[in-house]
Design a protein. Sequence first.
Lengths: 248, 253
Amino acid sequence: MSPDSHIAVCFERVSKLFGSKEVLHDVSFQVAAGEALCILGRSGTGKSVTLKLIIALLRPDAGKIWIDKDEISTLETEGLSRVRRKMGFLFQDAALFDSLTLYENLALPLHRLTSKSQEEIDSDVDKVLRQVGLAADKKTMPSELSGGMRKRAGLARALVLEPKILLADEPSSGLDRITASEIDELLLQQKTERQTAVIVVTHDVHGARRVGDRFAVLDKGHLVAHGTASEVESSDNETARQLISLIC
Amino acid sequence: MTDVIEFIGKVSLFGFRVITDLFRRPFEMEQLWLQLVEIGSQSVPLIATSGFALGAVMTLHTRSTLVTFGATAEIPTVQSLAFFVEIGPLVAGLLLAGRVGSGIGAVLANMRVTEQIDAIESLSVDSFKFLVVPRVLACVIALPLLTLFMDFSGLLAGFVAEYAASHISFHLYITRAFASVDWPNFIPPTFKTAVFGFLIGTASAYFGYTTNKGALGVGKAATNSVVLSSLLIILSDVVLVKCIAFAFPGTAL
């Protein structure tokens, strides 16, 4: 059964194995448009795998994943391509194409996936780069950018197609508090101003506190708690209570 | 043994996918052009210099032998046939396996470990068509052209070395060089390097595209690309030479 119309992402009893190792077990959750879900947990508990399942870089071994009205676990290339256009992904290390300038990194998806004219593409790229404070660096190669700038550039690329769903894998890792806070602010803007569904994998308690409406706690591939901060706080799982206590 | 068979199967399927994707839209012409510049034109200095050095050395060796038999007039013929039929194609293939094979392997492996390939996929772009197919196709197109550079550099060096020894005129050298060369001595061996190009591109892209071992994987991908490409070139040369001899029996040396 497909989820309600306001639900942007829905996991229904999803499991994922790598070889014989089960990295996600029977995980279910939903994220609505205009809502931010922070996925918390220790390293190696399946948080990044969850994001890659959402954008179909990985396929589940069991269960269903809904993106809007599309069940993506069985979609073929063309259908997946259509669904992925609704999503933007900020990778942990930004994953900018290092043979392209910053401008070219952002223009590539616009050239490939839209029928916009060159002027429109230039204007869109400039707009997003201004948003993330990198307007002066558009001719710069990724290798010449600092860690914080790369992260902001990665976010700019994720935003350039104006996605309905924004996925961010540890957006503040390796950044100073001020830069991390700027990234959090941009994620918040997307959520509130554009009603984007935001799913953030993070270890950063400050960021999670600012951005998250709800929290999902993963432990050894199991979703051990899920809900608002107070709901997770009253969970009977020790790990979930520990993690949420750092946030609240 | 099972691992070897599995590996051969995986590389073969990878190569088969390259061929099928080659005829599927979108055609990545911009990427193909970039790769032709990277793989083709930037390899010209290496190929031309190596061909020149090899040509000079070969003439020096050949002369010392043929002088004994009073057959120095045959030096241009030996030089041209050796270069057109075997030395040019094989050495160009091996040099490109070193320069380009390691490059393709390392670049794709680096893109894999830094999640750039995932990023391409997340943007609804088919990373295989975008990254692998243009590289393999560029190798297929570039190698026959680079082989021509190798052949004619070798021939030019042969003339320079022979001129230094006997003051032969350029016109006479070229006349003798091409006297025994028929089209079948020249065309099939040159075009067999398109197969070498396919093998270099496919083997290198396979190691780079499928790596999953972090920074260590990048190094391994580069090394394995060169080793497998070189091995495949030498092995396939045996088969191709036999095929050419079968197709053009009168021209077999």
